[in-house]
Design a protein around this ligand. Structure first.
Ligand code: ATP
Length: 284
């Protein structure tokens, strides 16, 4: 039986801007994102029977057709008329409903992995297009690294990686539904990050500038619902992290740190505030 592994890294938002509401009820967004070394592990086993199976150990994620990994495999099979089946095992390491794109990266990894397993030779642009029907962050996760997502997430342009650094992540013990946050958007009241300054900082490889300009339009909405996100931000800042920001629609807060020893100190300190804390490298 053929089997293969695919790594599914989480993403953080260096910026998230909501520009307008569209007629199809989605929002036009601009998000600069980069991948981090906190990954789910996807194992794909070829099945002779024409079916999709999912196995995973998580209280928070369904192992049926609601799983984004299932949806990805299903869409690929439908569009390319594939009769073979697959068993998808997901080792879930990325916190769920956290703003780190966990479901999207699993779906993207399944698309990349099945493209290899079934020798389909589909170009990434095509996988990204297919992925956009599954979730907003799937197209970005197809390419990974660092990039900007535009439109409703389906237009991806690559960007230079941020300067190498460590990321401390703190996730309060709550799950945030992106849908709930997006429903509460009042466009005229949103603060907007200066996305062009963030892009410039990446092009100039300027860590300080990146930290100063990172910003997230959704932060104020999530903070209003979950004030502890603000408390975690303050604790992270006081402990010396830079570029402290909420990722996605939250609730995970991250801070960037140049030296590993300092990142470890901040990680240890943050564990007093929050149960789920990580420190990882940027993959960029
Ligand atoms: P987003 O910002 O896109 O909502 P997120 O990181 O905040 O991403 P996810 O971890 O992707 O949130 O999970 C969001 C929802 O998707 C949860 O309700 C979860 O049950 C569901 N879900 C479906 N498939 C998966 C998967 N493979 N991994 C994680 N969540 C999944």
């Amino acid at each position: 039986m053929m089997a293969l592994f695919e790594k599914a890294p989480a993403k953080i938002n260096l910026s998230l801007d909501v520009l307008s509401k569209r007629e199809d009820n989605y929002h036009n967004i601009e998000m600069v994102m980069t991948t981090i070394d906190l990954s789910d592990r996807i194992k794909l086993y070829e099945l002779k029977q024409d079916r999709i199976e999912i196995s995973l150990e998580s209280r928070f994620v369904p192992s049926d057709e609601r799983n984004l990994a299932f949806k990805a495999a299903y869409a690929l099979k439908q569009i390319y008329g594939i009769r073979a089946g697959v068993h998808i095992n997901i080792e879930k390491n990325i916190p769920v409903s956290a703003g780190l794109g966990g479901g999207s990266t699993d779906a993207a990894a399944v698309l990349r992995g099945l493209n290899r397993l079934w020798s389909l030779g589909i170009p990434n642009d095509e996988l990204a297009r297919l992925g956009s029907t599954i979730g907003t962050d799937v197209p970005f996760c197809i390419y990974g690294k660092t990039g900007i997502a535009k439109g409703r997430g389906e237009i991806i342009e690559p960007l230079p990686s941020p300067p190498p650094c460590w990321v401390v992540l703190a996730k309060p013990d709550i799950g945030v539904s992106s849908k709930t946050i997006f429903q509460r958007i009042i466009i005229n009241e949103l603060a907007h990050p200066q996305t062009n300054k963030i892009i410039q900082a990446l092009r100039e490889n300027d860590f300080q500038k990146l930290c100063i300009h990172s910003g997230n339009s959704l932060e104020s909405i999530t903070v209003e619902l979950y004030p502890e996100v603000q408390r975690i931000k303050e604790a992270m800042r006081q402990s010396g992290a830079q570029g402290v920001l909420m990722s996605g629609s939250g609730p995970t807060v991250y801070g960037l740190v140049e030296q590993e020893s300092k990142a470890r100190r901040i990680y240890n300190g943050m564990r007093g505030f929050c149960e789920e804390v990580y420190y990882v490298r940027l993959l960029g």
